[in-house]
Ligand binder design. Structure first.
Ligand code: IMP
Ligand code: MG
Length: 173
């Protein structure tokens, strides 16, 4: 099915913001290395682009959790689908999430990661919808705050479609 999608954040704005975040992280972790934990699938685009902009040593790992069905409403249930391949003990972990909506996914995930004794644990959210928060989460690095609209592109999907759009847009329904 094809939908009309209205651009909310352009490709240029996204690239500029990711470069800024990469520079900020490189500065804050000078002399250290960072371990990016990408939350599949939505965060792959921002993780790859961000990693290219970080100048300190970077390693990557992937984790998959599900909190959404194929629609646009949260099920409220978070399930671990794929765990990390490597230990995070004593690493400077930055969790990279595509979007924080209710906050349920991260409020499940962050304590679980903290228990594994990373050296430090921070959260980067490409997009944040603060109006929708049900569970409180502290975002250390935020790409963009957006209004309460369902968005697609740059990793975000609608029923698995549109992840590959180079911009973030709102689906017209
Ligand atoms: P939370 O647990 O409610 O914070 O939801 C986070 C997850 O919901 C994200 O990682 C996305 O997979 C999905 N999600 C929330 N809002 C949107 C949206 O506007 N578009 C696409 N996916 C979304
Ligand atoms: Mg996600």
């Amino acid at each position: 099915m094809e939908h009309k999608i209205n651009v909310l954040i352009s490709e240029e704005e996204i690239n500029a913001r990711i470069s800024e975040l990469g520079a900020q992280i490189s500065q804050e972790y000078a002399g250290e290395s960072v371990h990016l934990v990408c939350i599949l699938k939505g965060s792959i685009y921002v993780t790859c682009e961000l990693a290219k902009k970080i100048t300190v040593p970077v390693t990557l790992d992937f984790m998959s959790v599900s909190s959404y069905g194929d629609g646009t409403k949260s099920s409220g249930i978070v399930k671990m689908v794929k765990d990390l391949d490597e230990t995070i003990e004593n690493k400077n972990v930055i969790v990279v999430e595509d979007i924080i909506d209710s906050g349920r996914t991260l409020s499940y995930l962050l304590p679980l990661l903290k228990d594994r004794k990373p050296k430090s644990l921070k959260l980067l959210a490409f997009l944040d919808k603060p109006e929708r928060r049900v569970k409180e989460v502290t975002v250390d690095y935020n790409g963009f705050q957006i209004p309460d609209e369902f968005v697609v592109g740059f990793g975000l999907d609608y029923a698995q479609q549109y992840r590959n759009l180079p911009y973030v847009g709102v689906v017209e329904v």
